[in-house]
Write a protein that binds this ligand. Structure first.
Ligand code: GLC
Length: 560
């Protein structure tokens, strides 16, 4: 360990079990990662085959998060689960899962599962039983409510005004019970009633089952929606772009007794050290995300992912995060995921005519140096782009319900298969891929980029290696530099004994940065530069002026 690392261990409360704080998490969308059996759909043996790309001889990430691997009718890309306790045979066997955990652990990679506990598929046996009548073991497992009278045509009226995120009302009538059930998402995703003690007990039993199989962490899908107001009052309304935005979501999420539920959940994980969890904040502010963060429980906030690619937007996002999380709470860093656009496409578009390759490199620098645990979505290490998918090829049924102004779009475009090598199937599959590969897969693939020291993959590998040996980048405090103006975003990351300066030029023209010329100011060691075409000096004097090209990012360390 370096001197600064040792100093940190002495002064801070970070323990060896806090791997999730130092580490980097890599998100895999299993259908699109690697197909071992040639049916065109990615699977668990395929992931096992690719672990060396992720482990210490490859990217060197600390954990993989698997988007849902459970049986699912596929109405919402696997987030409509019909059995939370098993592996979908399309992805492999139960033994394949156990082998994946072993093989990942052998390489020092932890495994995080994605648990969808807010709702189930309508094909889940609990719901199938629940919808048929008001008696029986599962009758009360879902959020059922009586109609609020009848409309002029004699049809039952929904219990309140709640709407679905995917469009339309959030209630569907079930004539067999004479009641409505609630769904924040599709009607095929009925909402569980977490206020029923037997339901909570069953959910926690399932959690224990996965932990017993060696799982190291859990991502909780749309977790702040688990509890609703027990009386189901209508939400107040306001002006807004979409039906969803036209309500103040006072009663259908973020209930005051929710933190206590998370504490009960965490008690299960905390029975053993080193287990992390991360909640997906559904449609909320950075303050809500910070408020629900505690100990080893992280929460995604969307400030960075929603910032346009310009210096003032990124600076504001960083400031907002720092202010909301403060020193005591640990943030996450996310620039893309299975619901959002690919970062190179999204950011380059938001900046106007930017070079998407340069943007991808600078975005990698931001993701891996800002304070918080980075979550890296598969394929970003290649600079993958959104892929045009015709509506008839879409694999995202909710997309057809989105109206203009919706927050999400056809997510097929960011879920395309990972290209591993040139040639048919791009090393992803020997068969016909379940979703088309990007048109650039012949060149934008792992094999080709590995041979090119200037590729985006090489950039990620350099950055990840640097991060892994630089305590300040992992766990240091973050301070925006006061001279961070114009197109420049500049911040320092610091632990006792180590000070790192990150400079990002988010403009379309060169920017100048003068290293402070105060007498006695340190000289700087160049640790990283996204632009490798014109190497800079390894040591740069205090007071020197640096010129950064468009979307260039550099990392320096103060030499005391
Ligand atoms: C989460 C998932 C998203 C899914 C939704 C409903 O937001 O990330 O993919 O559609 O939950 O399950």
């Amino acid at each position: 360990m370096t001197e600064s690392g040792r100093a940190l261990e002495r002064t801070a409360t970070f323990g060896p079990d806090d791997w999730w704080r130092r580490g980097v998490v890599y998100q895999i969308y299993p259908r699109s990662f690697s197909d071992a059996d040639g049916d065109g759909i990615g699977d668990l043996p395929g992931i096992i085959d690719r672990l060396d790309h992720l482990g210490p001889t490859g990217l060197g990430v600390d954990a993989i998060w698997l988007s849902p691997i459970y049986p699912s009718p596929g109405k919402d890309g696997g987030y409509d689960v019909s059995d939370h306790t098993r592996v979908d045979p399309r992805f492999g066997s139960e033994a394949d899962f156990d082998r994946l955990v072993d093989e990942a652990h052998r390489r020092g990679i932890r495994v995080i599962l994605d648990l969808v506990m807010n709702h189930t598929s309508d094909e889940h046996p609990w719901f199938v039983a629940s919808r048929t009548g008001r008696t029986g073991r599962h009758a009360g497992d879902y959020l059922w409510a009586d109609p609020a009278g009848q409309d002029a045509d004699g049809r039952p009226r929904a219990p309140n005004n709640w709407v679905s995120w995917f469009g339309g009302p959030a209630w569907t009538y079930e004539p067999r019970r004479g009641q409505f059930y609630h769904h924040t998402f599709l009607a095929e995703q009925p909402e569980i009633d977490w206020r029923v003690p037997a339901v909570e007990a069953a959910q926690f039993e399932m959690v224990r089952g996965w932990l017993d199989r060696g799982v190291d962490g859990l991502r909780l899908d749309t977790f702040n929606v688990f509890l609703k107001h027990p009386d189901l009052p209508s939400n107040p309304t306001r002006a807004g772009r979409t039906p969803w935005d036209r309500q103040v979501h006072l009663y259908d999420r973020d209930q005051p007794d929710f933190p206590a539920l998370i504490e009960r959940f965490r008690a299960i994980l905390d029975a053993e050290p080193g287990r992390m969890s991360v909640g997906e904040l559904f449609d909320g502010t950075v303050e809500t995300a910070a408020g629900l963060t505690s100990g080893s429980h992280l929460v995604f906030d969307w400030t960075l992912i929603e910032a346009a690619w310009n210096a003032s937007a990124v600076r504001s996002a960083i400031e907002a995060r720092e202010e909301a999380f403060g020193e005591g709470r640990w943030p996450t860093a996310v620039l893309s995921n299975h619901d959002r656009r690919r970062q190179a496409s999204r950011l380059a578009d938001s900046a106007g005519a930017a070079d998407a390759e340069a943007v991808a490199r600078a975005a990698a620098t931001l993701l891996l140096t800002v304070r918080g645990t980075p979550f890296l979505y598969y394929g970003e290490e290649l600079g993958m782009r959104d892929v045009d998918i015709a509506p008839e090829e879409s694999v995202d049924p909710p997309a057809f319900r989105f109206t203009s102004g919706s927050h999400w779009w056809d997510r097929s475009r960011c879920r395309t298969p990972m290209p591993w090598s040139p040639g048919p199937g791009s090393g992803f599959t020997g068969g016909r891929p379940w979703l088309r590969l990007g048109p650039d897969a012949g060149e934008r693939n792992v094999e080709v980029q590995l041979t090119d020291p200037r590729s985006i993959l090489s950039t990620y590998r350099r950055l990840l290696a640097l991060r892994a040996t630089t305590p300040a980048l992992q766990i240091g405090s973050l301070r925006l530099h006061p001279d961070s103006v114009g197109d420049l975003v500049a911040y320092t990351r610091e632990v006792p004994g180590q000070r790192i300066l990150v400079l990002l030029n988010l403009g379309r023209v060169n920017s100048r940065w003068q290293l402070s010329g105060i007498p006695g100011e340190p000289a700087w060691r160049l640790l990283f530069d996204t632009d490798t075409t014109a190497p800079r000096d390894a040591v740069i004097a205090g007071g020197a002026t640096l010129i950064l090209g468009p979307d260039e990012a550099i990392i320096l360390e103060a030499i005391p």
